[in-house]
Design a protein around this ligand. Sequence first.
Ligand code: HEM
Length: 405
Amino acid sequence: MTTADNTATFPDHVPPELRWDHSLEAFNSELDDPFMAAARLLDGPPIFWARDALQGAPGWVIARHALLQEAFVDWEHFSSTPGPGLMKLLGIKLNPVNFDPPQHTAYRKLLTPLFTPKAINHMESAVRDTCDRLIADFADRGSCDFISDFAIPFPSYIFLALMGMPVEEAPKFFAWEQMMLRGETVEERIGAAKDVLAYLEGHLARQKTKPATPLMEAIVNGQLADRPLDDREMLGMFYTFYTGGLDTVYGTLGWSMRYIADRPGFQRFLRDNLDQLPRAVDELLRLFSVVCTQRRVTRDFTFHGVEMRKDDIVAMPIYVACRDPDAYPEPHEADLGRKTPMLAFASGPHLCLGMHLARREIRIAIESFLTRFENIHIPDGENYTYHAGPTFNVDSLPLAWSPTT
Ligand code: HEM
């Protein structure tokens, strides 16, 4: 393994050949494209120990599709109970994300009925209206910044609608989100996370007297086998929807639209074959799998020849697994004929609860752009910017187009 310098200390159970004296985040930011940067890990060992695996914390990194898929299912060795991170500092457990079965199963059962494909069908017209309203604001201009004008506000408005929060709150949530993700200091990021928590506490108090949406009703009236949910459990659910459904959708939309804008042939194909969009959305989700999640090892054990110890942190960079040529031949290009299911929504007990909603949002957004605008492109001399933290996100994406004739 590369050892950039010898300043880091490594735990004794990590053999020298698996020690990587790097920050995963810095490594992913070394090229113009973080997915290509991260895919370089596929040339190294399938599992290794990074000095900084996740937000400054050292730990194992699993860098192959087959192994990551196995670890996602093996919750008895790879626990979702929290390792380091902002939520731990706030004393919040993301719910159901930070729990293992059987507790996880009990929480998840309360939420599942709200996110079935049928339930999402009921939300489709609201999602379309939100999309149409946002596009109407810039359609006549012939250009936009896809990220600030569309990709950030779109899932944020849908989050507000799910939660029964007034749309006027949107700018506050955008600002907190930006600060939590990109605040320059840890204090700024923690400050924003605390502001969100304070807001959610107020929202919970109001929802307990009069729940505004089916999701709020399911949470505030949620019953476990022997008791109702308590306030921390409900707040953990609120926080999950805030952290789970915004950044991920906005990230996937940003990278997908950049890909479409860069490839006129693919763009024309999609416009002429809108029935292929559901397949295309899944393939774009694979290509631009934006998440790196984490697990905690529950007891000493050996995983594919690697000795892991209780409480070791394990980074799960799904964006690496999704570019693994053993699972996806020619992994860096879209291929709508792939058979291997994509892993962007993880697998096992924590398979993304919001995946049907996410797919619908992304499909509606791409369809709306393709049917309204032709020749969507990045104007000459302009470029996109991005950051590669725990999720990969485009920060700005200038687009221009001609109206459809
Ligand atoms: C492109 C969009 C999305 C991606 C790539 C994505 C990805 C993921 C991944 C990888 C996980 C598993 C995390 C883990 O195992 O540690 C997850 C879980 C989850 N996601 Fe998503 N997600 C997306 C959109 C959404 C949306 C729109 C919502 C809700 C409105 C949502 C709600 C959740 C919830 C509640 C969980 C926790 C499930 C559990 O712990 O049982 N996600 N998501």
